[in-house]
Design a protein around this ligand. Structure first.
Ligand SMILES: [Zn+2]
Length: 363
């Protein structure tokens, strides 16, 4: 089961805004109702109790699927219990304190067809980066971000257990994730981290100097979108090109100076690894994280730890180095990727049940 978040095209914002107002109305209604009930009886309503009061609400002009009303009741009951309050915060439909739009639904309330989600008589077009047709959709919600954009969040199960299919490609690759080079591969490809947002950095600096908060927010969102898009394209390309992918288990502790930078880096790396993992699963590509200990310092040609090698924080500044034992000249990150590939191959050689079983069947 995966949780997918997919942007809905902006032309549907108005319809979704209207529904979100209806959701708020239901929420506020049950909020008041359950408070009164508690004051009167000292007891709390369950989601089941709330359903008794809201049955038929969708027939009274609410533009929501009846299952959505039940989903709201369930969410309300869960949150009320979680926060141990007699009543929760009101959901606000307009003004400066407007709540971000939220419309929960259950699997029966939605359907996917031809790039669109059908819900309560509407057909919402999506930027479908996941190819939803390959998933069975479960519960989820529509939600809005601070910039007013709408997304659909879906719990989804891949329809076919594609991991059993074999990839068309049998080549394997090692991948080193890093600070300056986002990706270096054992084949020698190096992709810089900044390349997809460099042009936005001066604009960001100007906006920050001018203290233009909305503009800063917009540029950050744009960078995040581009990064996500870049991760998607790169992971698809890798999965389409190799039969086995090994990635170093890099984390930002020790690499980045501030906590903020660490969390941003870690989030980016793990998002990318997750994409490789699930796209690999779907395409029958072997994916594995391997320990990247010493991957930067070991010479991938002669496997020694030469006395002169990139080490620690200081080593981050070194782009190229020459092995004093065998004389090979290395790009630091490509060398690391080659060592990660070798580590991955050693892991495979030790024996993976699936492969062994296949070998036995063939042999
Ligand atoms: Zn060497």
């Amino acid at each position: 089961m995966k949780t997918l978040r997919i942007r809905i095209k902006d032309k549907h914002a108005k319809a979704l805004d209207a529904m979100a107002r209806d959701v708020n109305m239901v929420w506020n209604f049950i909020n008041e109702l359950s408070l009164k009930h508690t004051l009167r009886t000292g007891k709390f309503f369950s989601a089941y109790d709330l359903n008794q009061y809201t049955t038929g609400a969708t027939k009274e002009g609410l533009n929501l699927h009846s299952q959505t009303v039940q989903a709201i009741n369930e969410e309300y009951a869960t949150r009320r219990k979680q926060f141990r309050k007699r009543r929760l915060r009101w959901r606000v439909s307009k003004g400066p304190k407007k709540s971000l739009g939220w419309i929960p639904f259950k699997a029966v309330g939605i359907a996917y067809k031809n790039g669109q989600i059908r819900y309560a008589g509407h057909h919402f077009s999506l930027w479908d980066s996941y190819e939803l047709s390959q998933y069975t959709l479960k519960t989820g919600s529509f939600s809005q971000d601070a910039r007013g954009r709408w997304y659909v969040n879906l719990c989804a199960v891949p329809k076919v257990k594609l991991a059993h299919q074999l990839s068309l490609f049998d080549g394997s690759v090692g991948i080193d994730l890093g600070l300056k080079d986002f990706v270096a591969t054992s084949d020698g490809a190096v992709i810089e981290a900044q390349q997809f947002y460099r042009d936005l950095e001066p604009k960001l600096a100007v906006a920050q100097r001018g203290n233009k908060k909305a503009r800063v927010k917009a540029i950050h969102a744009k960078i995040a979108n581009r990064r996500n898009d870049f991760h998607h394209k790169l992971s698809t390309r890798l999965v389409n090109s190799y039969g086995a992918i090994f990635v170093g288990n890099v984390s930002a502790s020790g690499l980045a100076k501030t906590r903020m930078a660490k969390s941003v880096l870690d989030a980016g790396w793990s998002a990318f690894r997750i994409m490789l993992q699930y796209k690999g699963d779907c395409a029958g590509v072997w994916f594995e994280e391997v320990s990247e200990a010493y991957s930067t310092q070991t010479c991938s040609s002669c496997c020694c730890l030469p006395p002169e090698r990139p080490k620690g924080i200081a080593g981050l500044g070194i782009r190229e180095w020459t092995c004093s034992e065998c004389g090979t000249n290395h790009h630091r990150d490509v060398n690391a990727a080659k060592n990660i590939l070798a580590a991955g191959h050693r892991r495979l050689a030790v024996g993976i049940p699936v492969l062994t079983a296949q070998a036995a069947a063939i042999g």
